[in-house]
Design a binder for this molecule. Structure first.
Ligand code: C2O
Length: 502
C-alpha cells in the first residue's frame, strides 16, 4: 500500500489511481498542451535535511505588510516578485531555499513520499494539518523570497479566483516569455479560465466547482472548514471542505489530468501533490486558500480549535538563512503580529450571512406540531418594511455535491425556501469520492411567501410532516446530478429546523 501511494497518489482520485487531493477525481479536458515527450516532472522523495530543527522565534526584521492580489500588483511589486523567484530558481537544488528545494520539501510532507525510508509519517494533507502547515510553508517561502531581494516587506501575491473575472491565470503568472512566474508545465494558459467543467479522462465523468461560492464557507464549523485530526478510518471525516473543494479543483484545473503525471503527454505540475510546489502559481493559489482561512477565522462566531492536539502541531521548514526551523501552530495564533502579513482584501460574507449573526427577534420551531408553528404576520406597510426570514435546517441527508433548492410543500402550496450549496467533505485518509458531504450553508429566503390571496401578506405555515423537499437548484451554471443516495425530489426529514425573523 505504501509503495502504491508513493507511486500513484495524485491530486485527484480516479477509478484507476489511488485517492488524492480533495476528493476530486482526476479531471481535465485534455492533457497539458505544454507537455512534450520526455518532459514530465519526475516525482521525487528526498529527506530535506538530517539537521535538528531550531525552534522558530519571530525575526527582528518582521514588518507588517499586506499580501495583494496577483491581479493588482503594481509594476514595481511585480518585477520585485519576479526577480525574487528568478533568484530562488537559480539556487542549487541542494539548497532548501531553492524553488526545487521548496518543491521537494512540500513533496516530503505529502502522501506521495510519506511512509518511505526516512519519512516521518504524518501527511499534511487530508486533515486539520492542511491549513496550518500551508500557512507556515508560505510564510517561510515568503521570507526566503524577501531575503533574496533584500526586502523583508516583500509579500506573496494571492490568486483571487473566487472573483469570476479573475478565475483565469493572472497575467503576472501567465505571460510566457522571460517570466520567472511562468511554468511551462502548467495546463491552463494565459487567457484561459479555470472555472470550467472538468472531465475525467478514464470515466468521462464531469466535475465542476463553483469557485464564486466559497464565501459561503465562512459559515462552516471548523471541523467542516478546516478538517479534523488525521483519521485512519477510510470513511471517517478528516480533510475539510476548503481542501477538498476549491483547493483540489484549482489544482486540477490548473495542472491538467492528474492521472497523466507519468504519461506523455503529461499533466502539469499543479495536478499532483508531488510536483505542485514547483509551479510558482502554487503559492498564489495557496495564498488565496490562506486568505479564505483568514477570512473565516476573523468572521464573527468562528474560532480556530483550542484543542492542544491542534495548537501543538509543529513542523519544520527552511528559513531565509537555510536554517531548519520548527514552528508550532500556537506560535502563529496572532497571524499579523507573528508572521507579519495580512490580506489587502478579505473574502467577504454575503449580506445574508451577516444577518445570520444578528440577534433574532423571533424564532419558531418548525418541527413543532403544525398548528403551533403557524406564524402569520400582518400586512407590512410596504414590502421593503416586511421582515426577512431565514430558515436554518440541520441534519439533512445530503444527496451529493452541487446546488439545490429547498422547497416546502404544504397545504398552502409549494414554495422555495432558498438555495443550498453542498460541498464534499473529505472522507478519511483517502478522501473517497462521495464518502461524506457537508452542508455548511444555512438556507435563506428573503421572504417566505406562500401563495395567498394577498401576496403582500408574509405568512408561514409549515407542516413538518410533509415539509422539506430538495430539488435541483434554480441557480444558473453547471451542476451535478445527485451523486448518491436519494433522488432529487425525495422528502427529507430535518433533525433541526427553525425560522428566524429579523
Ligand atoms: Cu500541499 Cu495544494 O497542496
Amino acid at each position: 500500500m505504501a509503495s502504491d501511494r508513493r507511486t500513484f497518489i495524485t491530486l485527484g482520485a480516479s477509478a484507476g489511481a489511488a485517492a488524492a487531493l480533495g476528493a476530486l477525481p482526476a479531471f481535465a479536458q485534455s492533457p497539458s498542451p505544454a507537455a512534450t515527450p520526455g518532459t514530465c516532472t519526475p516525482q521525487l522523495c528526498t529527506v530535506p535535511t538530517t539537521a535538528k530543527p531550531v525552534p522558530w522565534a519571530r525575526p527582528a526584521d518582521t514588518v507588517l505588510a499586506p499580501r495583494r492580489s496577483a491581479w493588482d500588483l503594481t509594476p514595481a511589486q511585480l518585477s520585485r516578485l519576479r526577480l525574487a523567484y528568478q533568484r530562488m530558481a537559480a539556487l542549487p537544488a541542494s539548497d532548501g531555499r531553492s524553488l526545487q528545494g521548496q518543491r521537494n520539501l512540500h513533496a516530503y510532507y505529502c502522501v506521495t513520499c510519506n511512509g518511505g525510508p526516512g519519512f516521518p509519517g504524518g501527511d499534511i494533507h487530508f486533515s486539520w494539518n492542511f491549513l496550518p502547515w500551508h500557512r507556515m510553508f508560505l510564510y517561510f517561502h515568503e521570507r526566503i523570497l524577501g531575503s533574496l531581494v533584500g526586502d523583508p516587506s516583500l509579500r506573496l501575491a494571492y490568486w483571487d479566483w473566487e472573483t469570476p473575472a479573475r478565475a483565469f491565470v493572472p497575467p503576472a503568472f501567465g505571460v510566457p516569455n522571460a517570466n520567472p512566474l511562468y511554468d511551462e508545465l502548467r495546463y491552463v494558459k494565459l487567457g484561459q479560465t479555470i472555472s470550467r467543467m472538468l472531465t475525467n479522462y478514464n470515466t468521462g465523468a464531469k466535475r465542476f466547482y463553483q469557485l464564486s461560492l466559497v464565501h459561503r464557507l465562512l459559515h462552516c464549523s471548523w471541523d467542516d472548514f478546516g478538517g479534523t485530526a488525521p483519521n485512519t478510518n477510510p470513511d471517517g471525516p478528516s480533510g475539510g471542505v476548503v481542501e477538498s473543494g476549491s483547493h483540489g479543483f484549482v489544482h486540477v484545473s490548473s495542472g491538467g489530468d492528474a492521472t497523466r503525471y507519468d504519461k506523455i503527454p503529461c499533466s502539469g505540475d499543479m495536478a499532483i501533490l508531488n510536483t505542485a510546489a514547483r509551479d510558482p502559481i502554487f503559492y498564489a493559489h495557496h495564498g488565496n486558500l490562506d486568505r479564505l482561512w483568514n477570512s473565516w477565522e476573523t468572521f464573527p462566531g468562528n474560532a480556530n480549535p483550542a484543542d492542544p492536539a491542534w495548537q501543538n502541531l509543529a513542523w519544520s521548514f527552511f528559513d531565509e538563512k537555510g536554517v531548519w526551523t520548527s514552528m508550532t501552530v500556537a506560535q502563529m495564533a496572532d497571524m499579523q503580529h507573528a508572521l507579519g502579513y495580512g490580506y489587502e482584501q478579505k473574502i467577504t460574507p454575503s449580506a445574508h450571512m451577516l444577518r445570520m449573526t444578528a440577534t433574532p427577534e423571533r424564532r419558531i420551531d418548525l418541527l413543532a406540531k403544525p398548528r403551533a408553528n403557524a406564524l402569520l404576520l400582518g400586512e407590512p406597510a410596504s414590502v421593503a418594511k416586511a421582515p426577512s426570514a431565514e430558515i436554518v435546517v440541520g441534519g439533512l441527508p445530503v444527496l451529493g455535491e452541487g446546488d439545490y433548492e429547498l422547497v416546502v410543500r404544504s397545504s398552502r402550496g409549494t414554495f422555495p425556501l432558498g438555495d443550498l450549496f453542498v460541498t464534499p467533505h473529505g472522507g478519511g485518509h483517502h478522501m473517497k469520492m462521495g464518502a461524506q458531504f457537508n452542508v455548511c450553508t444555512p438556507l435563506w429566503g428573503d421572504y417566505v411567501s406562500p401563495p395567498t390571496p394577498n401576496p403582500k401578506l408574509i405568512a408561514v405555515l409549515l407542516d413538518p410532516n410533509k415539509a422539506f423537499y430538495l430539488q435541483s437548484s434554480s441557480v444558473a451554471g453547471p451542476r451535478l446530478a445527485a451523486a448518491a443516495g436519494a433522488a432529487l425530489g425525495t422528502r427529507v426529514t430535518p433533525k433541526r429546523a427553525e425560522l428566524v425573523l429579523h
